[in-house]
Design a protein around this ligand. Structure first.
Ligand code: CP
Ligand code: NVA
Length: 307
């Protein structure tokens, strides 16, 4: 049987995403009641981190513990990866010992190559191109607060980065609209063979126009991991792309604000917005735990029939 990986959001169909959102809700409710649910006893998740992490590491590690299994943190500093062992060889070896793997790295090509040599499911825990686990949590959070995201408008303000690219994949699968505002030189590149329209996306040069009438406004750091050399230039280039109270006032009155975190108050978002009443960033971060538990369970055990 072919191993199922989660390397991009579009590796899952709409019905699979809908299943995961439902399953995450059940997982969250059961945990809230203090119920033990441990179908992954003796299963191990290997986590390879080539970039820093707070949420991804903690949510996967805690999630595996709650499901009865365990998680192993590996960094290039401690493994032979840091001394040049080929990623293909690492995949061959690790996947003979563990049951599932999560990787946070630089180029998407690295997770693709690992997966091509892996006997067990591989999850993308963030690459330069995509952050699919984040968008699982973000859309689950939207559904929790406001119901279906179908037909809604999500305004993305800032860099056309990994999180933005993943939102765009979600918009196409789940049928909602993206309003994207980036500075010139940082625009989204449509996927090969796609038009902006087929991607459910409209681009705006003024971020206020993108935020107007949106159901959800979201942003991310101006400088992602791996681009630190550009920090000072980006601070200049993104000055007008801060989500602040004035911008939120243009969105629908019940619009939510999300940020994958970590955040820089006073840069991509004002303190008043991220710490204000429309912000759901803490629930969004917590929901990484519940959605990833549903994901790991699905990749290892398939769909579970609920009573
Ligand atoms: N949002 C997110 O992935 O956070 P970490 O970088 O802390 O894992
Ligand atoms: N775009 C950010 C997300 C961090 C979770 C980065 O890649 O650094």
């Amino acid at each position: 049987m072919q191993v199922k990986h989660f390397l991009q959001l579009k590796d899952l169909e709409q019905s699979e995403l809908d299943y995961l959102f439902k399953r995450a809700r059940t997982m969250k409710q059961r945990l809230g009641k203090g119920e033990l649910y441990q179908p992954l006893r003796a299963k191990t998740l290997a986590m390879l981190f080539e970039k820093n992490s707070t949420r991804t590491r903690v949510s996967f590690e805690v999630g595996m513990n709650q499901l009865g299994g365990s998680a192993m943190f590996l960094s290039p500093r401690d493994t032979q990866l840091g001394r040049g062992e080929p990623i293909e060889d690492v995949a061959e070896v690790i996947s003979r010992m563990v049951d599932i793997v999560m990787i946070r790295t630089f180029e998407q090509d690295i997770v693709e190559r690992f997966a091509a040599h892996s006997k067990v499911p591989v999850i993308n825990g963030l690459t330069d191109e995509y952050h699919p686990c984040q968008i699982l949590a973000d859309i689950f959070t939207y559904i929790e607060k406001r119901g279906s995201i179908k037909g809604k408008t999500v305004a993305w303000i800032g860099d056309s980065n990994n999180v933005c690219n993943t939102w765009l994949q979600a918009a196409k699968i789940l049928d909602f609209n993206m309003h994207i505002a980036t500075p010139p030189e940082y625009e989204v590149e449509p996927e090969r063979g796609e038009s902006f329209e087929s991607m459910h996306m409209e681009c705006f040069s003024d971020p206020h126009d993108a935020a107007r009438d949106a159901d959800l406004v979201t942003t991310d750091v101006w400088t992602s991991m791996g681009y630190e050399d550009e920090t000072e230039d980006r601070k200049q280039d993104f000055q007008d792309f801060r989500v602040d109270e004035e911008m939120m006032a243009l969105a629908k009155p019940d619009a939510l604000f999300m940020h994958c975190l970590p955040a820089h108050r006073g840069e991509e978002v004002s303190a008043g917005v991220i710490d204000g009443p429309q912000s759901v960033v803490w629930d969004e971060a917590e929901n990484r735990l519940h959605t990833q538990k549903a994901l790991v369970e699905y990749l290892l055990l398939g769909k579970i029939k609920e009573q």
